[in-house]
Ligand binder design. Sequence first.
Ligand code: C2E
Ligand code: CA
Ligand code: CA
Ligand code: CA
Length: 271
Amino acid sequence: AKLEGRGTYQFFEPEMDVRMQARRRLELDIRQALARREFLLHYQPQLNLENQRLTGCEALLRWKHPERGTVPPSEFIPLAEEVGLIVPIGEWVIRQACRDAASWPAGITVAVNVSPAQFKSDRLVETIVSALAMSGLAADRLEIEITEGVLLQNNERTLETLHRLRALGVRVSMDDFGTGYSSLSYLRSFPFDKIKIDRSFVNDLSSKTDGDAIIRAIAGLGRSLGMTTVAEGVETEEQMRRIRAEGCTDVQGYLISRPVPVEQLLHLLNP
Ligand code: C2E
Ligand code: CA
Ligand code: CA
Ligand code: CA
């Protein structure tokens, strides 16, 4: 309808409202995405430096949006986390990853990222138990990656959940190691299977700062605690050479492979 005469005026939305509306819209979109099966997983392999074999891969969530194309996790996971949608999304991730991995060669593990809100929900352990049972995947081929955000809540329940997962045989990795304030104290409170050294330290290898010393220290720590140490975000031969020299056990990064759809991963696993 056309507005007439002196009554014609525009509403200027305060910026806050515009942003709230965009969030609201995204939230609805994410809800629909689950129902419409617009989520999919890409997988990025990890290479063991001792035997030059692929040992496992990380599941990374992608959203094939009908209009926006492929939306990266950084654009929807934070909101999904805030409004609790990460719980159903994360359950889908766990089920899908277990289903996919069940048909991979026996030595290959699959890692899924579990965010703080999902970790806090009571359903995590049950979800994992049922996903393993339904897929037939052996528990020791599933890995859960958690960041400091999960451990920050540092209560009894967090540790209890970690111990329950461990009792099932599921492996637990500390993701983005070294980026938080108290990475070291977390290693003391829980025996992780794997430390994933944050990409920022690998990046530092190519700068003037003494990145090597940090990687060496973390690799040494991992060795003495009996934990695998994976360097993340390895992009160049030079970084890989130095990471090997510093004693990390595994690498993950574009140099080995970008995250790829499952069909492509199968080609990498069965060359
Ligand atoms: P992350 O767990 O630290 O995952 C590693 C990220 O680094 C991935 O980004 C991966 O594509 C990227 N990456 C891998 N190798 C290289 C490299 O050589 N160079 C560079 N520049 N980047 C590399 P992506 O897939 O965009 O995921 C971003 C973050 O989103 C993840 O960080 C993780 O925190 C979160 N995320 C992804 N999938 C899931 C999921 O299923 N559930 C939850 N809760 N979070 C997820
Ligand atoms: Ca991760
Ligand atoms: Ca990481
Ligand atoms: Ca990260």
